[in-house]
Design a protein around this ligand. Structure first.
Ligand code: SF4
Length: 317
């Protein structure tokens, strides 16, 4: 086994050994582990890319609201905003990234097809950042696909290093937070960054998301989830910029991940996807619950708790 890695440090070492970017190590790992051809692995990722593109295409045009009306139409508003950039502070690539992230998560809220990359709740960050930057840079399809492989490799390293994408275990830091780290690494490779710069961008991004609560109103993956993906895309772009400018994370990525899991073990149950804490129990959140279920959310069953976090084996991209 020549292309397997258990954390980001090992991933970077493999890149150096083989003189390959992260994307190529990720593809070869998949080929080696699952005995697939190169064409097979790339075609699978192309299918993922096509679903992402379609969700964006539909999402930026849609004005439909979700069933309870919590989300919908903001992607179209943001996308239209690209025509009057003079009023905005962010660059076009950043505003477009927000529009695409909103589009993907709004499609998810409307039960349309998206890619849970790495999860449905955090599905907007990676396509938002990568598709917007690819358009901006006029990147080839191949380059975009490679950036997706790089993002995937960070996801694999997170799970292999005893991390998680589960908000029930570790809050939103593990959903939107990990997606932000994956997007930051992917876009950094797309922009010509070295493997070290990609992993450093992931570390900068994840550090900024540590401690993030999962507290969705009514247990629906809409508020704060949809807009959180748009703003997380800004973190990923910022982390990539900082990394390419030579700003280094003092704490390496693998240790940032350990910190995420340590925070998870101290996280109250009410902010771990139970919809029993944080924004979910604000007056607005309680009013929504009464509308949906005829009663406000019950108090959290317990606060804190020890988590048993299983080790993942043979993770496929
Ligand atoms: S708040 Fe919870 S449900 Fe919403 S995106 Fe974050 S982890 Fe997912």
């Amino acid at each position: 086994m020549n292309y397997q890695f258990k954390n980001c440090a090992e991933l970077v070492t493999l890149c150096k050994q083989h003189k390959l970017p992260i994307s190529q190590i990720a593809a070869r790992r998949e080929m080696e582990l699952f005995k697939k051809s190169r064409a097979n692995v790339r075609n699978s990722m192309k299918r993922v890319r096509n679903v992402m593109r379609e969700a964006i295409r539909k999402g930026v045009r849609s004005t439909s609201k979700s069933t309870y009306g919590l989300s919908g139409g903001d992607a179209a508003k943001t996308f239209r905003g690209l025509r009057r950039m003079g009023k905005l502070l962010h660059s076009k690539v950043a505003v477009r990234a927000m529009a695409y992230a909103l589009a993907t998560n709004e499609q998810n809220a409307c039960m349309e097809r998206i890619v849970a990359f790495p999860t449905a709740g955090g599905s907007g960050v990676i396509p938002g950042v990568l598709f917007s930057t690819a358009e901006h840079m006029k990147s080839s399809k191949r380059r975009l696909l490679n950036a997706m492989f790089t993002a995937s490799a960070i996801g694999v390293a997170i799970l292999e290093h005893d991390g998680t994408f589960s908000a029930a275990k570790a809050g939103c830091q593990a959903e939107v937070g990990t997606a932000t780290a994956m997007a930051a690494a992917g876009v950094t490779e797309m922009r010509g960054g070295t493997p070290e710069q990609c992993v450093n961008a992931a570390a900068l991004a994840l550090k900024n998301m540590l401690g993030l609560a999962c507290d969705p109103l009514g247990g629906l993956v809409e508020v704060p989830c949809v807009k959180r993906n748009a703003l997380a895309a800004m973190t990923a772009i910022g982390a990539s910029d900082l990394s390419l400018l030579g700003v280094e994370s003092f704490v390496p990525m693998d240790e940032v991940l350990q910190a995420m899991m340590s925070i998870a073990s101290n996280m109250p149950e009410g902010i771990r996807e139970t919809a029993l804490g944080g924004l979910a129990v604000t007056p607005t959140g309680c009013a929504l619950c009464r509308k949906m279920q005829g009663k406000p959310p019950s108090p959290p069953p317990s606060q804190g708790g020890n988590l048993s976090l299983p080790k993942n084996k043979n993770l496929s991209l």
